[in-house]
Design a protein around this ligand. Structure first.
Ligand code: PHE
Length: 476
C-alpha cells in the first residue's frame, strides 16, 4: 500500500487521495462527453457554466478538505444538476428532431407533388407538341375532351386541389390553372389555324372567273295541254261560263246512271271503263275512273242548281291506246241551262269558241246527227280543214275533222239533278282538249303528249309568261 502511495505522490503533487483523483478524471470525462453532446445546443453556455462551476467546486473542495464524503456529496449534487440540464437538452433536441422530421416529411411530400406536377407538365407539353399533328376539327375536339373535358387529365388534377392542405393548394392551384389556360389557348389558336388553313385551301381551289359569261338558267315550259286548257278557259270565261271541277275517281251513278246511262245500256261497254275497288262498302258497285267530264255536269247542277253556265276541263280515262287514243286524255265539258236556251245558242257558242281558239275568222263547223244518252238531240261536230303537204289548215279545204260531241241536255238528266224539266232546258258539249291541241299546233301523235320527252316538251311547250288572255291574243 505504501509503495503505491509513494508512487502516487510523484504524479500527485497536491497529494490528493486516489479516489478524488479518479473522481476528477471521471467527472472530466463525463463533462467532455456532455460538452460533446451539447455542442450544438443553444444551452451550451449554461451547460459550460455548470461544468466549470462543478470543476471549480470540486477542486476547491478537494483542496480545502480531503473529506471524501463532502467531495462525493458535491460531486453527486453537480452530477444531478448536470443530468437535469442534459435532460432538458435531450428533450429539446427530441422536440426539435421531431419538428425537423415532420418538416422533412412535409418537404418530401411537397417535393413529390412538385415532381408529379413537373411530370404532368412534361406530359402536357408533350400533348401540346402532339397538337401540332392535329389537322382537323374532329381530332382537335377529341384532344380538348381528353385534357380539359370532364374526365380530362388536367380536370382530374384540378379536382384533387380540394383535398390538399391549404399551403400545398396555394402552391399548386395557380400552376394547374395556368397550365389549363395555356392548353385552352393552344387549342383556340389551333382552331383558328385550322379554320384559316381550310379557308386558304378553299380559296386556292375555288376561284371565280368573273369575266366568264353567265350560265343561262334552264327554263321549264308549259305543256301544250295546259296551254290549251288555259286558252279554252279564257275564251269560255269571256262568254260567261264559270269554272267547275269534279273528282277523277267517280261513282258509277255520276259517271253513268245520272247521265241516263242505266246499267244495261250498251254505252257502258263502249266507254272501256277502268274500275276502281270501292273501299267503303264491298257490296257497293266499284268506283270508276271517270270516262268523260260529263259527271261534272251532274255535280254542278245538283250543287248549285239552275240556271247554270259552267265549263269543266280535266283528265278522263278509257282503256284504249293507239296514235289517236291514250288511256288518259283531256276533255272540256260545257253546260248551259236556262229557261230559253236552244240549239242555236249551242251552235253559236261552239263556232265562236272555234274561231277564237283556232284564230281563224271562218272556222266552219259541221253538226252531224249522233246519239248520246244524256243529250237529245245529239250531234257530233267536225271542223273544216285541209291537209296541204302534211300541213293542217283550219277553216279551209274540203276535209272535216271531228272535235266534239254535244246536244240538248236530256230531260232525264235534268230530273236526275232535281231540275224541273218543264221549266228548264239547255245544251252540253264535251270536247277533246288533246285533239284540239294536236290540230292547233300540228302535233301528229297523241301518245307523245304523255311521254315526257324533254326535247318534245321544249319544242312544243310554251313560255310560262305566255299566259293566254283574249285581250293580248291567245298565242304570243
Ligand atoms: N261525254 C261525251 C263523250 O265523252 C261528250 C259529250 C258531252 C257529248 C256532252 C254530249 C254532251 O264522248
Amino acid at each position: 500500500m505504501s509503495t503505491n502511495s509513494t508512487k502516487n505522490k510523484k504524479n500527485n503533487p497536491l497529494g490528493l487521495s486516489q479516489t478524488i483523483i479518479d473522481a476528477n478524471q471521471t467527472i472530466s470525462k463525463i463533462f467532455l462527453e456532455v460538452q460533446d453532446v451539447a455542442k450544438n445546443s443553444s444551452n451550451l453556455p449554461a451547460i459550460n457554466e455548470i461544468i466549470n462551476e462543478g470543476i471549480k467546486e470540486v477542486q476547491a473542495t478537494t483542496k480545502a478538505t480531503e473529506n471524501i464524503a463532502t467531495v462525493n456529496k458535491v460531486l453527486n449534487a453537480r452530477l444531478n444538476e448536470l443530468r437535469n440540464s442534459t435532460k432538458d437538452i435531450t428533450d429539446h433536441v427530441q422536440v426539435q428532431t421531431k419538428g425537423i422530421r415532420d418538416f422533412a416529411l412535409h418537404v418530401d411530400s411537397i417535393t413529390s407533388r412538385f415532381d408529379a406536377l413537373r411530370q404532368s407538365i412534361m406530359n402536357t407539353s408533350k400533348y401540346i407538341e402532339a397538337l401540332q399533328n392535329v389537322h382537323d376539327e374532329i381530332t382537335l375536339e377529341q384532344f380538348r375532351v381528353n385534357h380539359l373535358g370532364k374526365k380530362g387529365d388536367i380536370s382530374l388534377e384540378l379536382r384533387k386541389l380540394g383535398a390538399m392542405d391549404p399551403n400545398q393548394r396555394k402552391e399548386i392551384a395557380p400552376l394547374l390553372n395556368g397550365l389549363k389556360g395555356d392548353i385552352n389557348q393552344a387549342i383556340s389558336q389551333k382552331k383558328q389555324e385550322l379554320f384559316e388553313k381550310a379557308l386558304e385551301e378553299q380559296l386556292q381551289q375555288e376561284w371565280l372567273d368573273v369575266t366568264l359569261p353567265g350560265r343561262a338558267r334552264r327554263q321549264g315550259t308549259i305543256h301544250p295541254v295546259s296551254q290549251t286548257i288555259d286558252q279554252a278557259v279564257a275564251i269560255f270565261s269571256d262568254m260567261g261560263f264559270s269554272y267547275a271541277e269534279g273528282p277523277q275517281v267517280e261513282t258509277d251513278w255520276y259517271n253513268f246512271d245520272a247521265l241516263n246511262i242505266p246499267p244495261e245500256h250498251p254505252a257502258r261497254q263502249e266507254h272501256d271503263t277502268f274500275f276502281v275497288k270501292s273501299d267503303t262498302n264491298e257490296d257497293k258497285s266499284p268506283n270508276v275512273l271517270r270516262t268523260h267530264t260529263s259527271p261534272v255536269q251532274i255535280r254542278s247542277m245538283t250543287r248549285q242548281g239552275v240556271p247554270i253556265r259552267i265549263i269543266a276541263p280535266g283528265r278522263v280515262y278509257r282503256c284504249d291506246y293507239d296514235q289517236t287514243h291514250t288511256p288518259m286524255f283531256h276533255q272540256i265539258e260545257g253546260l248551259a241551262i236556262d229557261k230559253n236556251l236552244n240549239m242555236a245558242h249551242l251552235k253559236w257558242t261552239l263556232e265562236e269558241f272555234c274561231r277564237t281558239f283556232f284564230e281563224v275568222d271562218n272556222a266552219e263547223l259541221r253538226f252531224r246527227a249522233s246519239h248520246f244518252p244524256f243529250t237529245e238531240p245529239s250531234a257530233e261536230v267536225d271542223i273544216r280543214c285541209s291537209w296541204e303537204k302534211g300541213q293542217l289548215k283550219i277553216g279551209e279545204g274540203s276535209d272535216w275533222l271531228e272535235i266534239l260531241g254535244c246536244g240538248m241536255v236530256h230531260p232525264n238528266v235534268l230530273t236526275a239533278c232535281g231540275v224541273d224539266k218543264t221549266q228548264y232546258q239547255g245544251f252540253a258539249f264535251g270536247m277533246g282538249l288533246d285533239r284540239i291541241a294536236m290540230l292547233k299546233y300540228g302535233i301528229p301523235d297523241l301518245r307523245s303528249f304523255f311521254e315526257s320527252d324533254i326535247r318534245w316538251l321544249r319544242h312544243y311547250g310554251f313560255l310560262p309568261v305566255d299566259v293566254p288572255s283574249l285581250h293580248s291574243g291567245l298565242s304570243l
